[in-house]
Ligand binder design. Structure first.
Ligand SMILES: [Zn+2]
Length: 487
């Protein structure tokens, strides 16, 4: 009882900003020591390598075909991390209505490759840092949270006690590489981590729940893990296998044989500015790109990833035009593409969308936009007039019930999201079911485009790139020598 009262008071102190008081009261280092002991002591602190294999099923939250019905996906993945050798291997198969999306990344010392199992090619990976491509998987493993807690003990901060599943817990805020701060819940009796939570600025609280802790290779680890977004289950673990400190096969981090090299990866770490015409630009960074058109009186944009304000600023700087963003065309209802929606509203833009996407926008927006901030498209809409006009078309594909295509007839350029793309400067982009479905939807529109730009990639594609991609499509079947895929 005494502990609980003290914890509650401490939590208040932290909230009121008196960060020093807690250290005098609570020995966070001693608690971390108990966590380290509970997880295996030196077997944890001197961990050389680990392997995580997991199968998940989950709702396609904010990524469903229809905003009215959440469909399901499967994700099978494996992460092997050779900590002492600085090498990592990540393999995953995401299975959804768009087919199977394999992903294979191998980082071995100097080199980091991404392997395209559909085409049998390999190219330079965006990053060789295991925390970049494996961080999400690492966070699903309580043993690795305990290791990071130990490594970052100098910055760990006690935030109070709490009851979780009717058991007393202590909470510690901790750092994790390339991630917002994490809060771990430590069982006051067993000193095992049973829950971790962190805040996502767009989606709210992300929760990881660890259950059925068992001993594996001399360490403790949860054998059941689930992941929730804003209180709703998002990934439900259906099978987990862990290994620690094993002898790794020498070829674990070698590139598979018989692959062909891709062209150069386009550097998207800085803002990329593609000038398509004096008044038409494709601008973006990392995985978020927009198109902007100065129609003479105003600016019309499309591509709603977070960072819209910065992309618009880059457009304004490049053109010297500071006209208002009057219209922002919303490509579709998926949450990632609505990440910049509040930026668009704050910039004063009217959101061009379809009726059934308005609910998804309202769900994610913090700004409670009035109905007058929406302009609904019924099949097609023209923004601006004459030569500088933008045409917007609504098409349905396997990716989304509704997709708004942004077409600029004067420069014969089409902007789309999520159906087509490649991170490389050259070569035929790999098609999937989304790509062929978009090709079928485009045909009856008979648009005269000769260039395509997209919401995720820096490259300016030709119509021929798209055509060749569609022609080369084949559905991915799980190869016999990759059992993880068929699980
Ligand atoms: Zn999408």
């Amino acid at each position: 009882m005494k502990t609980i009262i003290r914890g509650a008071l401490l939590a208040l102190w932290v909230v009121s900003g008196s960060g020093q008081a807690q250290d005098a009261e609570f020995d966070v280092g001693a608690l971390i020591d108990r966590v380290v002991d509970a997880y295996g002591g030196s077997a944890l602190t001197e961990m050389r390598n680990y392997e995580i294999e997991e199968a998940y099923i989950g709702p396609n939250l904010n990524q469903s075909w229809s905003p009215a019905l959440t469909d399901l996906n499967k994700n099978n993945l494996r992460l092997i991390h050779d900590i002492e050798g600085g090498q990592a291997y990540f393999e995953s198969y995401f299975k959804s209505r768009g087919g199977i999306f394999p992903n294979l990344i191998i980082a071995s010392g100097e080199d980091a490759w991404t392997v395209n199992l559909v085409n049998g090619t390999y190219g330079e990976a965006q990053s060789g840092d295991p925390y970049t491509f494996g961080g999400g998987t690492m966070r699903t493993t309580d043993t690795l949270l305990a290791l990071e807690l130990h490594k970052g003990r100098d910055t760990a901060e006690y935030v109070g006690s709490a009851s979780w599943l009717n058991r007393p817990h202590e909470m510690i805020k901790m750092q994790f590489p390339l991630s917002p701060e994490l809060t771990v819940f430590i069982d006051a009796e067993t000193h095992l981590i049973t829950r971790m939570t962190r805040e996502n600025p767009q989606f709210g609280a992300l929760d990881y729940v660890f259950d059925d802790h068992t001993e594996v290779d001399g360490l403790m680890a949860a054998s059941k893990v689930s992941f929730s977004v804003a209180g709703d289950p998002n990934l439900i673990g259906t099978g987990r296998r862990l290994r620690f400190n094993r002898n790794l096969a020498p070829d674990t981090f070698a590139l598979p044989e018989g692959l062909e090299a891709e062209g150069e990866r386009i550097d998207v770490s800085e803002m990329v500015i593609n000038r398509l015409a004096p008044n038409v630009y494709h601008v973006g960074q990392n995985a978020g790109f927009s198109i902007f058109v100065d129609t003479g009186n105003e600016v019309v944009g499309c591509g709603g990833y977070p960072g819209l304000t910065d992309r618009l600023a880059a457009f304004q700087e490049a053109t010297g035009s500071h006209k208002r963003l009057s219209y922002q065309v919303v490509t579709h209802h998926h949450g990632d593409h609505l990440g910049g929606i509040d930026e668009a509203l704050s910039l004063g833009a009217t959101l061009v969308t379809v009726d059934n996407t308005i609910g998804a926008i309202r769900d994610l927006s913090q700004l409670e936009p009035e109905s007058s901030r929406f302009l609904s498209v019924n099949q097609r809409l023209t923004l601006g007039t004459g030569k500088n006009r933008v045409e917007v078309y609504d098409v349905s594909t396997i990716h989304s019930l509704s997709n708004l295509l942004f077409y600029v007839p004067a420069v014969r350029t089409l902007f789309m999201a999520d159906h087509f793309g490649s991170p490389y400067a050259t070569g035929v982009p790999t098609a999937n079911r989304n790509t062929v479905s978009m090709a079928a939807a485009l045909e009856p529109l008979d648009l005269n485009y000769n260039r395509i730009v997209t919401a995720h990639n820096a490259r300016v594609y030709t119509a021929r790139d798209f055509e060749r991609s569609v022609q080369s499509f084949r559905d991915f079947d799980c190869p016999d020598d990759r059992p993880l895929c068929s699980r």
